[in-house]
Ligand binder design. Structure first.
Ligand code: 4AD
Ligand code: MG
Length: 430
């Protein structure tokens, strides 16, 4: 018999089908057995009557344990009370593989235990839902840029130079030379933008984050668009369109998963352009009004980000930052050269910064000066300087942290649950 996936079950109402999966849960009541079967695409309840099955099959059911693999056959009919809206009347069952003492049981487990068993935890309904949302967000990200004519141009993982400061670099031995795992593909995307006009890279990035917060991974995914002839205003417009599109796609295509996660989606439905835009000066003023002891010129920490985002029901874009708080490559504001044309987007609901971006410095002499001021090794940036030597133009780009975005959509407080196998300061297994 041909295999049917549970997600397609609605089109098989009244038919007999075969489902290949695993036993999620079982209970019995007299001569009835209720099996909750999962196949990776969904859950379905299969009901067995003693009289409908050969005796050895009925007896087999009582020996099945949680997560053993099974093949079941039976006819499908709609049933309002059943999880998923359909039920199978079991006519055949076969055990494929056993599962003795599956470690994750319906009882509560500590989070460390669960992450130790991440390879199995992926099968649990909430983890499963979060990672299906991740899949949707990844597709939405690619669709957004592809539909707008961006070329996907991925950046290397081994790099000779730091992009986001030297304190969070992972150094690797590269044939007796030093190399670093990439912190950001931006510098390569700047080369790409000069070649293709609009490009994006999308891949893993690495930061030796010694902070143990719920927002930091040492390996996380970032999508980084870069556009020639785009200024900071254009970048903010692109950012709000982009975020709105991702949220819309998740709301449209992952309703079930959001329900599984018990997410209050009303807060997400409101995420439509335009987003509020405030300057760093205004953010500073807001913090002082809220009685923060916040020094002008400092970067925002988690408490400051929370306080600012509380004042808005949409993501807020903070632009024009004191240059000392930002990276070497940002262009300065013409009217106030002490300010960098950078932009951070802070998501609501205490998620923190999801986007960091800027207009880039496009003048050869100035960027050379900045590289020197930041104590960066000139030989590693020689190729980057070429981009200002040959046909330099105004250009801008940003980086979106994938896991923080998924954490926001899912309403999961810690981003370790938004990536299949999280990497953190104290976590490299499984
Ligand atoms: O603000 P960041 O450091 O910006 C850059 O790397 C730019 N070069 C990007 C660009 O303009 N092309 O990082 C961008 C985003 C942050 O806003 C945050 O969402 C995410 O990456 N991020 C992290 N996510 C998880 N764990 C970490 N340790 C992260 N560090 C940054
Ligand atoms: Mg940042």
């Amino acid at each position: 018999m041909k295999q049917t996936y549970i997600e397609d079950i609605a089109s098989h109402d009244g038919e007999a089908v075969e489902i290949r999966g695993w036993l999620y849960n079982a209970r019995s009541s007299g001569k009835l057995r209720f099996l909750l079967v999962r196949d990776g695409t969904g859950l379905i309840q299969a009901v067995a009557f003693k009289k409908d099955l050969p005796e050895e099959m009925f007896n087999l059911i009582d020996q099945l344990t949680q997560e053993c693999s099974i093949i079941v056959r039976g006819s499908i009919h709609a049933d309002q009370r059943a999880p998923g809206g359909y039920e199978m009347s079991l006519q055949y069952i076969e055990k494929v593989g056993g599962a003795v003492d599956y470690p994750i049981t319906p009882k509560e487990h500590g989070v460390n235990f669960l992450i130790d068993h991440r390879h199995l935890w992926l099968r649990s309904s909430k983890q499963h839902a979060a990672l299906r949302i991740r899949h949707e967000v990844v597709s939405a990200i690619r669709d957004f840029f592809n539909q707008r004519g961006f070329i996907n141009l991925d950046a290397p993982i081994f790099t000779p130079a730091a992009c986001e400061g030297t304190t969070t670099l992972f150094e690797v031995d590269y044939f007796n030379d030093k190399a670093y795992l990439t912190q950001s593909g931006q510098l390569y995307m700047e080369a790409g933008a000069m070649a293709f006009g609009k490009v994006y890279c999308f891949g893993p990035t690495f930061r030796a984050e010694k902070s143990k917060t719920r927002r930091h991974l040492t390996e996380f995914w970032m999508v980084e668009p870069e556009v020639a002839y785009m200024d900071l205003d254009g970048l903010m417009e692109l950012s709000e369109d982009f975020i709105s599109y991702i949220i819309e796609r998740a709301l449209e295509n992952r309703k079930e998963e959001l329900k599984t996660l018990e997410r209050d989606t009303s807060k997400l439905e409101n995420i439509k352009p335009p987003f509020p835009r405030i300057t760093y000066d205004e953010a500073h003023k807001l913090l002082i009004e809220k009685n923060f002891n916040f020094r002008y010129g400092d970067d925002l920490g988690a408490p400051e980000e929370s306080a600012i985002s509380e004042s808005f029901d949409k993501p807020v874009m903070i632009h024009r930052w004191p240059a000392e708080a930002k990276a070497f490559y940002m262009k300065r504001d013409e009217d106030r050269p002490e300010l960098a044309l950078g932009m951070d987007m802070i998501a609501p609901e205490d998620v923190g910064e999801i986007i960091g971006g800027s207009q880039r410095e496009d003048d050869y002499d100035i960027i050379l000066q900045r590289i020197k001021e930041h104590g960066l090794p000139l030989e590693a940036f020689d190729w980057y300087l070429d981009l200002r030597r040959y046909g330099s133009v105004p250009h801008s780009g940003f980086g979106l942290g994938l896991e923080r975005t998924i954490g926001w959509i899912c309403g999961t407080p810690h981003i370790r649950e938004t990536i299949p196998f999280p990497r953190m300061m104290y976590r490299i297994r499984p």
